[in-house]
Design a binder for this molecule. Structure first.
Ligand SMILES: Cc1cc2nc3c(=O)[nH]c(=O)nc-3n(C[C@H](O)[C@H](O)[C@H](O)COP(=O)(O)OP(=O)(O)OC[C@H]3O[C@@H](n4cnc5c(N)ncnc54)[C@H](O)[C@@H]3O)c2cc1C
Length: 359
């Protein structure tokens, strides 16, 4: 049986795990990160992730002070990571936040956070001004909004993983692709058992399995979080549409209707198939709240995301009536939410087991 020894074992090779591993390896500790890479074929994959995509919205002002600090510190690190690695993953096209119904709590708190964190958003309390500044979107009469210029915009999560792991390897970090199936502690030493029986021994463990935190016996207590399905719609664009929409910012649209809520929209982005797509995602009443890993696997392999395509397409055309898309596809995703709406960052056992899942 293969055995690996480390000071710190990081479980989960996603956005959080790769960042944590890079920082830990810079301290001179022996660090191992383990987790499966993106599968080519979902049919034969056992676990998935939230980052298998080309774009994630980046904003600065968050729901509260904690989120704002995390957003600002992340964005501040991007240029350094890009320079060190030579890999570009950040596109600072700006981020527009709009509430179509009212000037909500987020917009009311934004000016104080902007002052505290020295950011310079532009506020829109008149729909006419919003429409003039962003003519590609159609907002209703009561809409209020805020535009944050770069470094807000979007990042490519697949690409961000590469420099993080590249810098980790430069610090002599070790990488494995095993999935951890169980974790135990005895006398200050943690033992993790991988899917092929490989053992990892470490004096500290960082858990960063994202939405999968509750699907393996990795911690003495379960974090209070729920994992749910999400469907995104990709609208394939012609060269003319790509050119017409090339200055579009990322959009967070706080719509709340019985059909859907919380739209996020990404400007035209190139995907691995060589095509360029505009992406829209949202929450829907049909989203599935997962209780078991088997339910997640079933969703990724055979979930009927196409059944929701019509509703999402309608929302997209309501928002962008002039859009001309050549075709549409849907993608099946997983996200998670903690009970308090903030990320968990802390010790799980008062000793060496640390949790860093997503929100
Ligand atoms: C459709 C969609 C749109 C989103 N849009 C945005 C956005 O616009 N802006 C934004 O900021 N965020 C967005 N998010 C959320 C963002 O993608 C996540 O917050 C982020 O990916 C979380 O990173 P993570 O490292 O915690 O989890 P992940 O990126 O999911 O990584 C966790 C990794 O751990 C691995 N793993 C799980 N269990 C184990 C195990 N037992 N052993 C070993 N490895 C394991 C998984 O395979 C995975 O690779 C979106 C998410 C989705 C799904």
């Amino acid at each position: 049986m293969k055995t690996n020894q480390a000071d710190v074992l990081v479980v989960g090779k996603g956005l959080i795990g790769s960042a944590a591993a890079k920082h830990l390896s810079a301290t001179g500790k022996k660090v191992i990160i383990t987790g499966p890479d993106e599968p080519d074929d979902y049919e034969h994959a056992a676990i998935f992730s939230s980052h298998y995509d080309q774009a994630r919205v980046q904003r600065l002002i968050g729901k509260d002070e904690a989120w704002t600090r995390l957003n600002v510190e992340s964005a501040n690190a991007y240029s350094f990571i890009e320079k060190e690695s030579g890999i570009r993953f950040h596109t600072p096209v700006g981020c527009l936040y709009v509430n179509p119904h009212q000037r909500d709590e987020y917009l009311q708190h934004a000016p104080a956070l902007a002052t505290q964190y020295k950011t310079s958003p532009v506020y829109f309390d008149k729909t006419e001004n919003l429409r003039t500044a962003f003519p590609d979107f159609q907002f209703p009469q009561e809409a209020n909004g805020m535009f944050e210029p770069g470094p807000s915009g979007y990042i490519n999560p697949r690409l961000l993983l590469k420099p993080q792991l590249h810098l980790f390897r430069e610090n002599r970090g070790m990488e494995s692709s095993q999935t951890i199936h169980s974790l135990s502690e005895d006398n200050g030493v943690y033992t993790a058992v991988a899917d092929d029986g490989t053992l990892f021994h470490a004096s500290s463990v960082v858990l960063a399995p994202g939405s999968f935190a509750n699907f393996f016996p990795l911690s003495p207590r379960k974090p209070a979080m729920q994992a749910k399905s999400e469907v995104v719609l990709l609208a394939r664009l012609s060269e003319d549409e790509i050119e017409r929409l090339k200055n579009l910012p990322s959009l967070l649209y706080e719509i709340n209707t019985p059909e859907l809520d919380g739209i996020y929209l990404l400007p035209p982005v190139e995907y691995p198939d060589g095509e360029t797509y505009l992406k829209l995602g949202c929450n829907m009443p049909e989203d599935i709240y997962f209780n078991t890993l088997e339910e997640v696997q079933d969703w990724f392999r055979h979930g009927d995301s196409e059944a929701l395509a019509g509703k999402i397409r309608q929302a997209l055309y309501t928002l962008m009536p002039a859009l001309e898309a050549d075709s549409f596809i849907t993608k099946r995703c997983i996200i998670s939410r903690t009970e308090h709406g903030r990320p968990y960052i802390g010790s799980m056992d008062g000793k060496g087991l640390w949790l860093f899942p997503n929100f």
